[in-house]
Write a protein that binds this ligand. Structure first.
Ligand code: UT7
Length: 324
């Protein structure tokens, strides 16, 4: 039987123009540039303007990724969007992007896996391509977290930002390239440590409005342990070691989480991609935005081994190995 692999053929990103700095936040809540820089590693984040939504940012990123891949939208078989902040539950963001791209042949769906959304969406793309069912899949991760942040809560408002990233995966019969391995996991028993109440059909009278609630310390510890384990697992199942890794692209939630994972995995700092200082935590969009910047900076070339590693609400987690 013919073996298909999912090659990465395009990447794109879109970030709002508006920059919110730590100095701006100092005027809004009792915080300091020093605390945010030291404890989290963020200097600034982007905030969507009026009329900028998950669909509009996602569309920009998607167009960039398709242009790089050289694939006309009509050839897309599927559009998967990961988002925690869809414009509306329906139509899905994927439907809106499909309409604006003119991707007339593509199936469309949104998925909800919080910060791990990009890896879950890539898993769907991989399965569709590997099975021979599809040739070209567009994955978009687009988040407007500014719409879910309580701007008077210093515990959370300094952490998040808006942005979108997109990739195109295309079918190939080339051996040893493309997505090599993946792991996906979750633990609903820990659902209370990171949540967005009043965001669905259930009302939580104890919470005013719909804002991110997080027990930061608990999330921190689980993120370090789980992401280290996930990265090790996917490397082992791909028959590789950390020595083979060109670039580790972890979810950008906290510089101290990233450094702790790199130490545990024994990956030197120069092989770890970090851009948290510019954008903060954009949930599922952090990895594809970082991937796009890694290409722009010439840090990834054909044949390189890249590891994606994420952890988020749900709880959800996942990692994958990609040979570019
Ligand atoms: O993307 C999904 C996954 N999310 C994550 O992985 C986030 C994981 N968690 C974290 O990154 C960290 O736990 C935080 C950045 C959220 C918090 O850092 P921390 O080092 O765990 O701080 P803490 O919550 O233990 O708070 C330490 C102190 C507290 O003061 P006291 O009680 O020691 O007097 C807080 O009130 O820092 C205080 N604090 C702040 N101070 C200035 C909390 N937020 C702020 C703030 N500015 N914004």
């Amino acid at each position: 039987m013919q073996q298909f692999t999912a090659l990465l053929t395009g990447v794109g990103k879109a970030l709002p123009q508006k920059v919110l700095t730590n100095a701006d936040l100092e005027k809004m809540v009792e915080t300091s540039d020093e605390w945010i820089t030291k404890r989290v590693g963020i200097k600034e984040r982007r905030i969507a303007a009026e009329g900028e939504w998950a669909s509009t940012l996602g569309l920009k990123a998607a167009k960039e990724a398709l242009a790089m891949a050289g694939i006309p939208p009509e050839q897309l078989d599927l559009i998967v969007v990961s988002t925690t902040t869809p414009d509306t539950v329906y139509p899905s963001v994927a439907c809106l992007i499909q309409k604006d791209l003119g991707a007339t042949k593509a199936g469309v769906l949104d998925i909800s896996a919080a910060c791990t959304g990009f890896i879950y969406a890539s898993g769907i793309a991989w399965s569709m391509i590997r099975s021979g069912l599809m040739k070209h899949v567009l994955v978009v991760s687009s988040e407007i977290l500014s719409s879910t942040v309580n701007w008077t809560d210093r515990d959370t408002c300094v952490l998040f930002g808006d942005g979108a990233g997109a990739v195109v995966y295309s079918s190939s019969t080339e051996e040893g390239r493309g997505i090599l391995s993946m792991t996906l996991g979750g633990d609903g028993t820990e659902c209370d440590i990171l949540k967005l109440p009043n965001s669905g059909c259930r009302r939580f009278p104890e919470h005013q409005g719909s804002f991110i609630q997080m027990q930061g310390n608990d999330v921190f510890k689980l993120a370090v342990r789980t992401m280290s384990e996930c990265a090790t697992e996917v490397l082992t199942s791909a028959g590789l070691t950390t020595e083979d890794v060109t670039l580790l692209i972890p979810h950008q939630a906290n510089i101290r989480i990233i450094e702790a994972i790199a130490t545990r995995l024994k990956v030197p700092a120069e092989k770890v991609f970090v851009n948290i200082e510019k954008y903060g935590n954009t949930s599922s969009a952090t990895i594809p935005i970082a991937l796009c910047e890694a290409f722009e900076q010439g840090r990834i070339k054909k044949g390189d081994v890249v590891v994606f590693d994420a952890f988020g609400a749900g709880l959800t987690w996942g990692a994958m190995v990609l040979k570019v």
